[in-house]
Write a protein that binds this ligand. Structure first.
Ligand SMILES: CC(C)(COP(=O)(O)OP(=O)(O)OC[C@H]1O[C@@H](n2cnc3c(N)ncnc32)[C@H](O)[C@@H]1OP(=O)(O)O)[C@@H](O)C(=O)NCCC(=O)NCCS
Length: 226
């Protein structure tokens, strides 16, 4: 099923709103794919099948184990591919929504909604290669995922927690429309006392991403036997 918001309907019969309502009510094992153009190619953010997780795991492990990434993610030990696969499985088993990030078919990183509880979720993202960071990809992928969060996943509150030195992440979150959130609920996502917690302001998000909101294509992927 495709909700192509550029066309506004599917086959002239299904309105975008109706299409997104149908996607929202699909079984939780339905995998989403989100596509949008970018200055340097076509971006795709998608929920992987188990086979796709297995294929991506070695490169993802390399991404996680980069010293800068590991420090920003506060990972305490080096991960191997099997542990990456396990982390995807346990995230999904706990109701989370892990995604892979591609540019023109090349794996760029991963991102997820975790700690999903009703209409609340926590967001995290990694642009894996240091050479690909600070080139606009993180903001673009994150915005694509938040459009799905808004229109299909039904998350009313999305939180993100960062360490104070993670300037790139904080700036990316601000560009998305996140604001500092000092509520007890936001604080419950902290790992350390000095972590910074932010949450999305959807009105601000929509204002900041008006063009992307008209470009994104959200698709339900065929379920896989694996
Ligand atoms: C955080 C991360 C996802 C941001 O994605 P990105 O593609 O590197 O960032 P973008 O290019 O979209 O830039 C977003 C903003 O941050 C700024 N920025 C990017 N890298 C920066 C850096 N190293 N120092 C300071 N600001 C930086 C950009 O200039 C931009 O702001 P601007 O438009 O006002 O100039 C990415 O850097 C990353 O994966 N880092 C390691 C893992 C991590 O920290 N994950 C976040 C945990 S939620």
């Amino acid at each position: 099923m495709i909700c192509d918001v550029r066309l506004g309907d599917l086959g002239g019969q299904l309105t975008r709103q109706r299409c997104e309502d149908l996607l929202r009510n699909m079984p939780t094992e339905t995998l989403l794919s989100i596509e949008a153009p970018f200055a340097r190619g076509k971006l795709r953010v998608f929920e992987p099948t188990q086979a796709e997780v297995l294929a991506a795991a070695p490169l993802l492990a390399t991404f996680y184990n980069d010293s800068h990434n590991s420090a920003m993610l506060t990972n305490t030990h080096q991960l191997n591919a099997a542990e990456v696969v396990e982390s995807f499985q346990s995230l999904r088993a706990g109701g989370g929504r892990p995604f892979l990030l591609e540019q023109d078919g090349v794996l760029m990183g991963d991102a997820d909604f975790r700690n999903v509880a009703g209409s609340e979720a926590e967001f995290a993202i990694l642009i894996g290669s240091r050479a690909q960071q600070s080139r606009g990809l993180g903001t673009r992928y994150a915005a694509m995922m938040h459009i799905a969060a808004l229109r299909v996943l039904g998350y009313e509150s999305v939180y993100s927690t960062i360490i104070p030195v993670n300037i790139a992440s904080r700036r990316m979150l601000e560009k998305l429309g996140y604001q500092l959130d000092q509520s007890l609920r936001a604080a419950s996502f902290k790992d350390e006392e000095d972590d910074i917690t932010m949450s999305i302001d959807w009105a601000q998000f929509k204002l900041a991403h008006t063009e992307l909101l008209t470009q994104v294509v959200i698709t339900a992927r065929p379920s896989s036997p694996d």
